[in-house]
Design a protein around this ligand. Structure first.
Ligand code: PEP
Ligand code: MN
Length: 264
């Protein structure tokens, strides 16, 4: 179902009237995790002012250590909803467990994110395949393109064809930065599938100063959008502080991306 052979034209996914895919570049921005109502309201205003049309924020966080902040859970989802609504922004947030799906649906989460660690959680994929909410399927950090396509097929096979692929860097021999952004995956995947392909430069580079270069490379390589971490005050972030852009950096990046998108 996800193969280009099955559907020669690019699929455009409609997120509350905002097109993802086709001839647009959508930037989804916001903090790694939902922290406080003040942080979220400021972030939502900054996302809107920078020209981004969708907001991200994690309420359920897949942390390497069980002692790290795990996210506020349901309360986090509510704070994300409230802050995004003040700016009429659709939200993107990660689902880790089928048991919390009802709350996502109750709050009208517009895009459900499946994180890198759950790309092959087949029961979770089957469950989001049964609904019609758009899904961002992140690439497993050690997954091949064909495994990634098959994971998308799990979602599509259940009837949900609203799938957005997200390249977020893969683990290699290199330790100088967090992950290696697989730029090659962008044109490759766009040849293999009709579905939109976006890029997360934040979890790829792991450093805020790398994010503009990786974002521009992704758009130049044909990405349909970006998923970028931004925090009102990055040094205070509870999670992934090193890779969060400031609101001003996001605004600057948005201007630069516009020029690249028009040139290609
Ligand atoms: C995230 O986007 O919040 C996240 C945890 O990303 P990943 O699953 O790519 O690590
Ligand atoms: Mn993060």
């Amino acid at each position: 179902i996800v193969a280009r052979d099955h559907h020669p034209d690019d699929t455009v996914i409609d997120v509350k009237g905002i097109p993802v895919g086709g001839r647009t570049v959508q930037v989804i921005a916001g903090p790694c995790s939902v922290e406080t109502s003040e942080q979220m309201n400021t972030a939502a205003r900054m996302v809107r002012e920078s020209g981004c049309r969708l907001m991200r924020g994690g309420a359920y966080k897949p942390r390497t250590s069980p002692y790290s902040f795990q996210g506020h859970g349901e309360r986090g989802l509510e704070l994300l909803r409230e802050s995004a609504d003040t700016q009429q922004l659709p939200v993107v947030t990660e689902l880790m467990d089928v048991r919390t799906l009802d709350k996502f649906l109750e709050l009208g989460v517009e895009v459900i994110q499946i994180g890198t660690r759950n790309m092959q959680n087949f029961d979770l994929l089957k469950e989001v395949g049964r609904i019609n909410v758009p899904v961002i399927l992140k690439r497993g950090f050690a997954s091949t393109i064909s495994e990634w396509l098959m994971s998308a097929e799990y979602i599509a096979a259940g009837g949900n064809h609203n799938i957005i692929f997200c390249e977020r860097g893969v683990r290699t021999f290199e330790t100088a930065y967090r992950n290696m952004l697989d730029v090659t995956a962008i044109p490759f995947l766009k040849k293999e599938t009709h579905l939109p392909v976006i890029v997360d430069p934040s979890h790829a580079g792991g450093k805020a100063w790398l994010v503009p270069a990786l974002s521009k490379a992704a758009v130049a390589a044909g990405a349909d959008g970006l998923l970028v971490e931004m925090h009102p005050t990055p040094c205070d972030a509870w999670c992934d502080a090193d890779q969060a852009l400031t609101p001003d950096e996001l605004k600057t990046l948005m201007g630069e991306l516009g020029a690249i998108a028009r040139a290609i």
